[in-house]
Design a protein around this ligand. Structure first.
Ligand SMILES: [Fe+2]
Length: 255
């Protein structure tokens, strides 16, 4: 799946995405940009990665024309610190950037959704029960739509690291999950944003499942002093490039 796919037109079953990409003149991401579906050090992939070659399904009009997933953005969806009656606990941050195509052109009207742990590294989720405190004033979910210049911005709390049992003493580096929807249901991309200089990078198989070091670096936000809100919030820039040589790594291989 690729956003945007002006190109979202259906292709014959079995057609090679690479050929279609080349025909449109788009530069392909170099090898090593995206993580493999199965990565031994990331144990859960052994259970969920497909063991058989995927069956290519022809995309029909329903999948490539709708629904347009941009409706019902709530007034606090862009600010995860104000979704409850009280103040969320932790370091307040602004996470902002642009969604761009391979030529640096902005991608407007893209639904950007985020989800994350709280400042103690715990998700507000029934499956997360490790002994870190929940914050009653922080749910950890947000959504915005990019503006005509491709900009998005969230205000949130810097998430904490959390243990996850993948291997002995395994800790996830602080991260925010991102999902981007394009103009149809089939156009979804998922990635994670990390924070600069995290000491946990070296032992995290999810971060390291992206083979290329430069591509891994494109998942790391940049601290931006000029964008900080004085006496309010620090700021981190995270631009997301959908395709081409500077493409952001995504959690599935894409054409
Ligand atoms: Fe996570």
């Amino acid at each position: 799946m690729t956003i945007p796919a002006g190109a979202a037109g259906a292709r014959p079953a079995g057609a090679r995405p690479a050929d279609a990409t080349a025909a449109r003149g788009y530069r392909r991401a170099p090898e090593g940009t995206h993580p493999p579906l199965r990565f031994a050090a990331y144990r859960a992939t052994g259970l969920r990665a497909p063991s058989l070659a995927p069956v290519v399904l022809r995309q029909r009009l329903t999948e490539i024309t709708g629904p347009l997933l941009t409706g019902d953005i709530g007034p606090s969806d862009h600010d995860l610190t104000t979704q409850h009656a009280g103040e969320a606990i932790g370091q307040r941050i602004v996470v902002f950037g642009r969604v761009l195509d391979s030529d640096g052109r902005p991608v407007p009207e893209t639904l950007v959704e985020v989800w994350q742990a709280n400042s103690a590294g715990r998700y507000a989720h029934v499956r997360d029960s490790w002994p870190a405190p929940l914050d009653p004033n922080f749910t950890g979910g947000g959504r915005v739509v990019t503006d005509p210049a491709g900009h998005y911005s969230f205000t949130t709390i810097k998430p904490g690291a959390y243990p996850w049992g993948n291997h002995h003493n395994a800790w996830r580096p602080a991260h925010i999950h991102f999902s981007l929807f394009g103009r149809s249901f089939t156009q979804r991309l998922v990635t994670q944003m990390y924070f600069p200089d995290d000491p946990l990078f070296s032992q995290d198989p999810i971060y390291n499942s992206v083979p290329d070091a430069n591509a891994r670096g494109r998942m790391v936000a940049t601290f931006d002093l000029d964008a900080t809100c004085p006496e309010r919030a620090l700021a981190f820039r995270f631009d997301i490039v959908l395709r081409g040589r500077e493409r952001t790594p995504f959690e599935e291989p894409h054409a």
